[in-house]
Write a protein that binds this ligand. Structure first.
Ligand code: PRP
Length: 192
């Protein structure tokens, strides 16, 4: 919560409010559907999930719990430099994977594909390491924001260009722990 002075003696309280976009039940149901598809596609094999920190963590755990073929997992963290509001597209690795992916069936797990730069970087980087296969899975996709040509193999929800939080996604590092996906709205209340 914060205050704003209007200049005519009034003060306005600005407070954030999260409006539900996809409820916990809806998210669970769609993750279950995608996990079923993945389990079918990887039948007879072991899938190695690569989670992109931090946003992908919640989705990866929920997805992994529902996949019925053997699962292993690893984590990586990336940095994207920009002017604060837009990304320059220059991405570097902050945390390397612990294990080699050579010869493994790798499935990258992301919370959101926005410009697509992160995913493109990952595909290029991980392809060089000779995995047996490399596929992409995302909780959310914002196709309207794409600046590079990339598409996930498994997508839970396609959304318009709105700012979403919850299920791993943050606003100034807050709201990652919400068990649903929501939109942050600012509310103004006048006080004397
Ligand atoms: C977010 C998200 C993706 C990336 C997608 O990560 O988790 O990794 O941005 O954006 P892009 O398609 O435009 O590349 P962020 O850098 O916010 O880090 P976080 O997961 O730690 O919140």
């Amino acid at each position: 919560m914060c205050y704003k002075n209007t200049g005519n003696g009034e003060r306005i309280i600005m407070s954030e409010h999260v409006k539900v976009l996809f409820s916990e039940e809806e998210v669970d149901r769609v993750i279950e559907e995608q996990a079923r598809k993945i389990s079918k596609d990887y039948e007879g094999r072991q899938v190695h999930l690569v989670c992109v920190l931090k946003g992908g963590v919640f989705f990866m755990c929920e997805l992994a719990k529902r996949i019925t073929v053997p699962v292993t997992m690893d984590f990586m963290a990336l940095s994207s430099y920009g002017d604060g509001t837009t990304s320059s597209g220059y991405i570097t690795m902050k945390k390397e994977l612990d294990e080699s992916i050579q010869g493994r069936d790798v499935l990258i797990v992301e919370d959101i594909v926005d410009s697509g730069r992160t995913l493109k970087y990952l595909v290029e980087e991980l392809s060089r390491r000779n995995p047996a296969s490399l596929r992409l899975c995302t909780l959310l996709d914002k196709p309207d924001r794409r600046v590079v040509d990339i598409k996930a193999d498994y997508t839970c929800f396609e959304i318009p260009d709105v700012f979403v939080v919850g299920y791993g996604l943050d606003y100034a590092q807050k709201y990652r722990n919400l068990p649903y996906i929501g939109i942050v709205e600012m509310e103004e209340t006048k006080v004397e």
